[in-house]
Design a protein around this ligand. Structure first.
Ligand SMILES: [Zn+2]
Length: 293
């Protein structure tokens, strides 16, 4: 709770410094889903243990454009990833050069989880909850880090706007593996691929001239079947802010890095229990957001 408070103070300070208000949740009173009754996100079997899974093409319902989908899977550990030490190349990578958000879209979170993340105003006696959840506040805060990096400098009071405001919901959400549905959805579920901590799905235009490329949808799933989650980097748990900050890098168009020289960057492709170093953006992450936006 203390870490939470510190994060909130930092977030509010950042908001005051940058002159932007933190996204405030749509406050819902409601009854929690039944814990333990979660669905599983089933990834294509042929792609087992692939960090980037092609989902093929589909028509985006919002724009009518033909778009491509990818599921990007974040695995635990993995040693050095089989990569080579970095050799002066930029410490960032794009999913596809120029594929970025050109419109600001809202997103939805269903915060119900079996992974131990807390809900504010949770009344266990009545199983009711007034929100917002830890996950909601933290995701909003983490999005702010990427938006703050779009001018190449963190904490200078200049911040772009990439992803829109959000709301919490108890409605069932779906990461779209076949076709986008026009809604950017985040939730907790089991993930079929063992070792997968989280999956970010992105749909967009990744081919053709770079100026014609764009992102049109993102969904995100955090595995609460195989992992318990921490708000403070506890041993034996996945730190939510550590993983979420990385996953949101995919939401804005950045790809994973697997070279040894990139192991300290937030977009490094592997994570581990108790790890917190991805909470803060590093030089390559900042340069990537700056170059793309
Ligand atoms: Zn990743």
């Amino acid at each position: 709770m203390r870490e939470r408070l510190i994060a909130l103070v930092i977030g509010l300070t950042l908001a005051l410094m940058t002159g932007t208000a933190l996204a405030m949740p749509e406050r819902l009173g409601g009854t929690l889903d039944t814990p333990g009754n979660h669905k599983t996100l089933t990834l294509p079997a042929a792609a087992d243990h692939s960090p980037v899974i092609s989902l093929g093409t589909a028509v985006d319902p919002q724009t009518g454009k033909v778009v491509e989908g990818y599921a990007i899977v974040h695995y635990a550990k993995g040693g050095n990833g089989g990569g080579k030490p970095g050799s002066g190349s930029p410490l960032y990578a794009f999913m596809s050069k120029g594929a970025k958000w050109k419109t600001v879209e809202p997103w939805l979170l269903n915060p119900v989880n079996n992974g131990g993340l807390p809900y504010d105003e949770f009344d266990p006696g009545n199983n009711t909850y007034g929100g917002p959840s830890f996950a909601f506040g933290n995701l909003s805060y983490d999005i702010g880090k990427w938006e703050d990096a779009t001018d190449g400098t963190i904490g200078n009071g200049v911040s772009g706007k990439i992803l829109g405001d959000a709301a919490e919901t108890f409605a069932a959400l779906e990461a779209d593996l076949v076709t986008p549905d026009g809604s950017n959805e985040v939730y907790f579920a089991g993930i079929s691929d063992s070792g997968a901590i989280a999956v970010t799905v992105v749909w967009g235009i990744f081919g053709g001239p770079p100026q014609g490329r764009e992102l049109v949808e993102w969904d995100q799933v955090y595995d609460d079947a195989d992992y318990t989650w921490s708000t403070s980097g506890e041993a034996g748990k996945m730190d939510f802010e550590n993983i979420a900050t990385h996953e949101l890098g995919h939401s804005i168009g950045l790809a994973d890095l697997y070279t040894l020289g990139a192991s300290e960057q937030t977009m490094y492709g592997y994570a581990d229990y108790g790890e917190t170093k991805k909470q803060t953006l590093e030089s390559g992450d900042i340069a990537g957001a700056d170059t793309l936006y």
